[in-house]
Design a protein around this ligand. Structure first.
Ligand code: BTN
Length: 339
């Protein structure tokens, strides 16, 4: 994993100073001196920050004070929270894009470095697994993609959706402890809260038989969506953090926490594979001991979920007691039916 240069501009640095002042005023002269820029440059940046939705109060003779940060997702705000060394050090937060996965995949083909992150406030053609779409309205959720170039065999790289699921589950448990007991991982790529889907992971890999070129890990997480904002078709099956917790979440802070944990988890996974994550995966396995229907290219198999294995496959025990390793497919839980 390579660290790339942080691209923090003057607005980011002014923001960092205002935040460090914790609500106290800072004079334009002091800011200009600290950053080695002119006072005119400081005024210009203050205007830019205000245009991005920051409320910056200016009191004559006393200076500038950060009164409020914007609610919508902006690059400066995400960067202000970032604590990573690699993930998101090259970062773009777009107001709208067709799909962050498609956009980042194109950047990857042009040689973008590992850890590049594309975030969008809205997607017009968000992609889900199995050619589905991902509901991506503006101002509410997180839609982001991380570029990985793991030096591992493709057979290990296919476990990345589980790794990402594990990361998301653990971050959610930390930021919303009241929801911890409900956070479940649905093999191979979803996070559920109780009986509803909260988050989907879409990993798109470019590889040869024995070598991975890159993997775009795309994560869509319903954060502040209200129940009445969900399309009727999703209302029974999807949820958001805010619906479940009863209060909104700071998307920029949440995104930074996800990137930080994902970076740490990815480093460990690069060294030791999925093994260190199996205990968490098994503890949060939604499918364990549930009656399942698995649709695989042209065939349907039924059985009971019997755990996730070290290679990332799902064990299914058929009604006759035979075991099958499921490596791919669309899994439906027969809710309400106990095995
Ligand atoms: C699924 O559950 O089917 C996976 C959904 C993945 C959605 C995310 S949103 C960010 C990234 N960009 C996309 O186009 N898709 C993924």
């Amino acid at each position: 994993m390579h660290a790339v240069a942080a691209s923090s501009g003057p607005a980011d640095r002014i923001l960092a100073l205002l935040r460090a002042a914790e609500g106290q005023e800072l004079t334009g002269v002091a800011i200009a001196r600290t950053l080695g820029v002119s006072r005119a440059a400081v005024w210009k940046q203050m205007d830019q920050l205000r245009a991005h939705g920051y409320v910056i109060e200016a009191t004559p003779g006393r200076g500038y004070r950060l009164a409020a940060a914007p609610q919508h997702l902006v690059e400066t705000e995400v960067r202000a929270h970032l604590r990573t060394t690699c993930f998101g050090r090259f970062l773009r937060v777009l107001a709208e894009v067709d799909s962050t996965n498609r956009h980042l995949g194109a950047l990857a083909d042009q040689g973008a470095t590992e850890g590049t992150v594309i975030v969008a406030d809205a997607q017009t053609a968000g992609r889900g697994r199995l050619a589905r779409t991902w509901f991506s309205p503006p101002g509410r959720n997180l839609y982001f993609s991380v570029l990985l170039r793991p030096a591992v065999e493709p057979s290990l790289a296919v476990t990345l959706p589980l790794l990402a699921g594990c990361t998301v589950a653990n971050v959610l448990a930390a930021v919303a402890p009241e929801l911890d007991a409900q956070v479940r991982i649905k093999w191979p790529n979803d996070i559920w809260l109780g009986p509803r889907k909260l988050c989907g992971v879409l990993c798109e890999m470019q590889a040869e038989t024995d070598r991975v070129h890159h993997v775009v890990v795309g994560i869509g997480l319903n954060v502040n969506l209200g129940r009445d904002e969900l399309p009727p078709a999703l209302r029974a099956s999807a949820t958001s953090l805010a619906i479940a917790a009863g209060h909104p979440f700071d998307r920029a802070g949440l995104l930074a926490a996800l990137l930080a944990r994902f970076e740490t988890d990815y480093l460990l996974w690069s060294e030791r594979g999925l093994a260190p994550f199996l205990a968490d995966l098994r503890a949060r396995d939604l499918l364990y001991d549930r009656p399942l229907v698995v649709e695989q290219a042209g065939r349907v198999v039924q059985g009971r979920g019997a755990g996730i294995q070290a290679d990332g496959s799902l064990v299914l025990v058929a009604p006759d007691g035979s075991r099958q390793d499921i490596c791919s497919g669309d899994v439906h839980v027969r809710l309400g039916v106990r095995a």
